[in-house]
Design a protein around this ligand. Structure first.
Ligand code: GLC
Ligand code: GLC
Length: 820
């Protein structure tokens, strides 16, 4: 049962920890993972990234524009810099997080949980444990430190905290030293350290780091704390055992506290540190000239002045997650499946919702805002968790659409404004909006959102009902059709790296924004597949609004598009990928490289193309033969071995990496769903396990990244590091895999009028029960599975026709039994 991985010769299974499903945690038992294994703190406005050795940083809403603490990407060693607690125990200086001192620990354990991380280290008879979390509805990160004397002699221990402030704009902070090294300012009052750089001028916010216990000293100047020329691991103050009480003036503001703890044998001490973000009204910024108004900070500190209050806030965070994760659960014979569905996949969906693609250990949080395409797809994975926030996100996204249906490719989360530098012209963008809105309405029944007035290009005077936005989305590929009646690709479609109109020969220039060939020829079979797959939702919405003429028109357009794919998008054994600037085929057996691409196979079949005439099965068999590997399906094959100017960025990557034949985990689910469309449960299940992290845990040495979340990419078969993952956490892989496993493999998906129950999962998963809350009712769905498709259902003991369980009134519980 379980692992589908054939370990390559010479590779022994290797793990760096284990799952604790009861606690919903991944437990890392060594600091020596192959890469920092991280977690996210925060669920609303205040966020932190934290590695298993306490590296990382914190920010308020926007990782670029409101960064609280500093982080150096691509540093040596990787992941230096974080929230460090140093212990001086009789001259022995160490940290429970292993870093920065890297002193051997008698025990090390990091537990990454839902919105919190607990790091515990033990050395020389002293245990230090730090619980890091961001409370619900509070703009602060809590560090609750517990020291325990495990020895049989009394101990006098010095404890030092440390965070390094970022001067708010993370990009400026890393580049603009001529200004920045002069502007740093702090205040210290009652042991609380306030970071107020730029507060004297246009900012109305500051940060604070404080602890609920008397301190013996503090530092706010980095050179004083570290000692000039020292690394974090050589920090002078912890080694000296006493603080300098330094006050930063320019240079590098930090916050460090010194606490003294006398511990009898067996005794524990607990402290709550609060790293807070505070704002004041513009006319209420100052307490007295030059002294910031600390009223909101004092209020925040009062909420954590007693450790029992901290415990209560932590309990509240756990309840928040109990609640969220209660809306979809499965209980099956496969513990890996259960832990992915019930815990980690949904958790990752929430994190991608919060971050989009902005802040991870692969994304600096400085470059990318919220993607129109990405955020629309993310909706699919979190709409059942926080429907009201999905609604808000939909309005935000749609507000960045242009009147012609196209859209800003990205917008900035703090301002919600479109990003001009990147602009528009990614011709798949419009259709994703329909998909996201349809998912929201199916989940909630909130058809009224379609009447919501939503601006175009953030201009209120151009506002139109959301339904009108969807209409323009639907029409966009029709209005921008090429010579074969297929949608023009523009700068790129889903594959940002297939740039058929760019022809870039200037080093360093962006492949996506260089548009030096305004050809009207390059067409995307993938967008055509999207149109076939997503268009029917537009038809359904129009019909439900009583607009039959519009629904009929749309249906006809979809039929025509499908025909265009059959006539011009079929290569004989698979779907073509595109036509290039010259009208030549991309993704054809006629090409020397890049003969078959994964994306159109998945989406055309999801759109029903070729399902009745065998093309779908043929295409899926081709995927199996040419794209599949034990680590997942590669994006295309054979990978490009040289730069092809007419294809763009895709051919810039070395073979086997990223879009050039890497296993791009985001699109594997489309093939898995397609396999369920044609009813091949065993293939679908096999492909699911190949890329799903819990099943890859035993090959952590090869996979290298966190075994609890999906990565964007696993190196493909042409790469020397085949099987190695990169870009974990922030990827459309999270939502698409959750859709795949919850709605297609386990087969429970909301529709407009009821819950569809249509499982299609390998026979290995014999019987299972899904509990699904939707529109206030609960559905308990017991499935007897033999690995086929086409379940017969009883609802509350009565046989029903078809596979839709009508929605029941809120408050009711519906028992469904399905046999397949
Ligand atoms: C990245 C982008 C996504 C794109 C994909 C393929 O994941 O965030 O928008 O579709 O790459 O290029
Ligand atoms: C860049 C990356 C590419 C990624 C894309 C996402 O072009 O090189 O791999 O998919 O950005 O927008």
């Amino acid at each position: 049962m379980g692992g589908s991985h054939t370990l390559a010769e010479g590779i022994t299974p290797m793990q760096f920890g284990h799952f604790d499903d009861e606690a919903r945690e991944y437990v890392i038992t060594t600091p020596h993972t192959p890469y920092p294994w991280i977690n996210y703190l925060g669920s609303q406005e205040f966020f932190g990234l934290i590695s298993h050795t306490a590296g990382g940083y914190s920010f308020y809403r926007d990782a670029k524009m409101r960064r609280l603490t500093r982080y150096r990407y691509n540093n040596i060693p990787v992941d230096d810099g974080g929230r460090y607690f140093s212990i001086n125990d009789g001259g022995d200086v160490w940290s429970p997080s292993f870093r920065p001192y890297k002193k051997d620990l008698d025990r090390f354990e990091t537990r990454h949980g839902m919105g919190y991380t607990r790091i515990t280290g033990e050395r020389g008879g002293l245990e230090a444990s730090v619980l890091f979390f961001v409370p619900v509805d509070i703009n602060a990160e809590i560090h609750q430190v517990t020291l325990t004397n495990l020895s049989d002699a009394p101990k006098s221990v010095d404890l030092f905290s440390f965070v390094e402030f970022c001067l708010w704009n993370a990009e400026d902070d890393q580049t603009n030293y001529q200004r920045n090294l002069s502007i740093g300012e702090v205040e210290v009052e009652d042991g609380a350290i306030y970071h107020k750089t730029e507060y004297r001028e246009r900012r109305n916010h500051y940060a604070m780091y404080a602890v609920n216990s008397p301190i013996a000293g503090f530092d706010t100047d980095r050179d004083s704390y570290l000692g000039y020329g020292n690394g974090f691991h050589e920090a002078a103050v912890p080694h000296a055992g006493t603080s300098e009480d330094s006050v930063a003036s320019g240079w590098y503001p930090i916050a460090s506290h010194h606490l003294e703890a006398d511990l009898a044998p067996g005794e524990s001490r607990q402290y709550t540190f609060v790293l807070g973000y505070l704002e004041n009204a513009d006319d209420d910024k100052w307490e007295s000239p030059g002294v910031i108004n600390k009223a909101p900070a004092r209020e925040l500190l009062a909420r954590f002045d007693d450790n029992a209050k901290t415990d209560a806030e932590f309990a509240r965070l756990n309840e928040y997650w109990d609640n969220l994760l209660g809306s979809y659960t499965v209980s099956s014979t496969d513990e890996k499946l259960d832990r992915m569905v019930n815990i980690w996949n949904q958790y990752q969906c929430m994190v991608t919702y919060n971050m989009s693609r902005s802040a991870s250990y692969f994304e600096t949080g400085m470059g990318r805002g919220m993607g129109f395409r990405d955020s629309s797809q993310d909706l699919l994975g979190f709409v059942h968790l926080v429907p009201e926030r999905a609604r808000e996100r939909i309005i935000d996204i749609a507000s960045t659409q242009f009147e012609d249906g196209s859209a800003y490719h990205q917008y900035q989360p703090l301002t919600k404004r479109g990003n001009h530098a990147l602009g528009s012209g990614f011709n798949d963008d419009p259709l994703w909006l329909i998909l996201g809105v349809a998912a929201y309405i199916k989940e909630t029944g909130d058809f009224a959102i379609l009447d919501e007035m939503v601006p175009f290009d953030n201009d209120e005077s151009l506002a139109q009902p959301l339904m009108e936005h969807l209409k323009r989305s639907f029409n966009h590929p029709l209005e921008k059709a090429g010579p074969h009646g297929l949608p023009l690709i523009g700068r790129a479609d889903w594959n940002d790296c297939l740039n058929l109109n760019c022809f870039s020969s200037t080093p360093g220039e962006s492949f996506q924004t260089t548009e030096n060939q305004a050809g009207g020829v390059a067409e995307s079979v993938f967008i055509a597949g999207m149109f076939a797959a997503i268009g029917p939702d537009y038809v359904a919405l129009a019909r439900r609004r009583g607009d039959d003429a519009e629904a009929d028109r749309a249906e006809k357009a979809i039929a025509d598009m499908k025909q265009a794919v059959v006539d011009h998008g079929w290569d004989g054994e698979w779907f073509l990928r595109a036509y290039d600037f010259y009208g030549n085929k991309v993704g054809s057996h006629e090409n020397a490289e890049g003969q078959i691409w994964i994306e159109p196979q998945g989406f055309c079949i999801m759109g029903g193309i070729g399902v009745d005439d065998g093309k779908a099965i043929t295409a899926l068999d081709s995927c199996r033969e040419r794209l599949n590997t034990p680590h997942g399906m590669v994006l295309q094959n054979p990978a490009y071995t040289s730069y092809q100017i007419e294809l763009g960025e895709v051919s810039t990557y070395p073979p086997g990496y990223k879009e050039n034949g890497g296993i791009f985990c985001h699109n594997n689910p489309w093939v898995i769903i397609a396999e369920t469309v044609v009813g091949r449960a065993e293939h679908a299940w096999e492909y699911y396990k190949q890329i799903t992290p819990a099943y890859r845990e035993e090959i952590s040495e090869v996979h290298r990244l966190e075994p609890y979340v999906y990565a964007q990419m696993i190196a493909g078969k042409d790469a020397s590091r085949h099987g190695e993952a990169k870009n974990s956490w922030l990827t459309g892989t999270a939502s698409w895999n959750f859709v795949t496993v919850s709605q297609y493999l386990l087969g429970v998906r909301p529709d407009y009028d009821g819950l569809i129950v249509d499982p299609c999962i390998g026979a290995e998963v014999t019987d299972f029960t899904v509990r699904r809350q939707v529109r206030g009712a609960e559905y308990v769905i017991t499935v007897k599975n033999s690995g086929g498709k086409g379940a017969t259902l009883t609802v509350d003991g009565v046989d029903v026709e078809g596979n839709t369980v009508p929605y029941a009134p809120a408050g009711s519980t519906v028992q469904v039994v399905a046999s397949v």
